[in-house]
Design a protein around this ligand. Structure first.
Ligand code: HEC
Length: 152
């Protein structure tokens, strides 16, 4: 029979409870936000501008057409995708796909991005932090999280 000292009990409780606390996750998200906004500056390309040329904070990282002159079809010829969890990309790629893209520079189909999008080769923990931050951008009104893309 195992004898539980106060210390063992405290350690066990910590192991059981800590992963559920918001703190470590919040730190990861904070780091991801910093990498995204201060280092990689994803928003400079992936956020549309207001008529006065400022980044539209209400559409943060939700993509933008970059060709202001529409093609004859009326559609912009190049689009910079929405990289928030509501975007088609997350739905198609999942979390794992996004993580791989940042680490290896290729999409799940093995393609490298075409124009202007840097093919990143990030460190795993940097990529993980950015993915955690992007995930935190889920809009409250949006449908519940899809379970695609497994967590690491
Ligand atoms: C210099 C501008 C620029 C920056 C900075 C930038 N992107 Fe992009 N991104 C683009 C463009 C342009 C495309 C569309 C390229 C294409 O269609 O191949 C794109 C496409 C993507 C795609 C889809 C790629 C594909 O193969 O469909 C992802 C995912 C992405 N960006 C994520 C990010 C993340 C995350 C960051 C910051 C860590 C970032 N981007 C920073 C310009 C940029």
């Amino acid at each position: 029979m195992i004898h539980f000292t106060k210390t063992t009990t405290a350690v066990l409780l910590a192991v059981l409870i800590l992963p559920g606390l918001a703190f470590p996750e919040a730190t990861l998200i904070e780091r991801g936000k910093q990498l995204t906004e201060q280092v990689a500056k994803c928003q400079d390309c992936h956020t549309r501008r207001t008529p006065t040329g400022n980044l539209d904070k209400g559409a943060w990282l939700q993509g933008t057409p970059i060709d202001p002159a529409p093609a004859p079809s009326g559609k912009p010829t190049i689009r910079i995708p929405d990289i928030t969890p509501e975007g088609t990309l997350w739905i198609l790629w999942g979390e794992r796909g996004m993580l791989n893209f940042l680490e290896k520079g290729t999409s799940p189909s093995g393609a490298t991005p075409s124009t202007h999008m840097p093919a990143y080769k990030m460190r795993h923990d940097d990529a993980e932090a950015i993915v955690a931050y992007l995930k935190s951008l889920r809009r409250p009104s949006a449908p519940a999280s899809s379970s695609r893309g497994s967590r690491r």
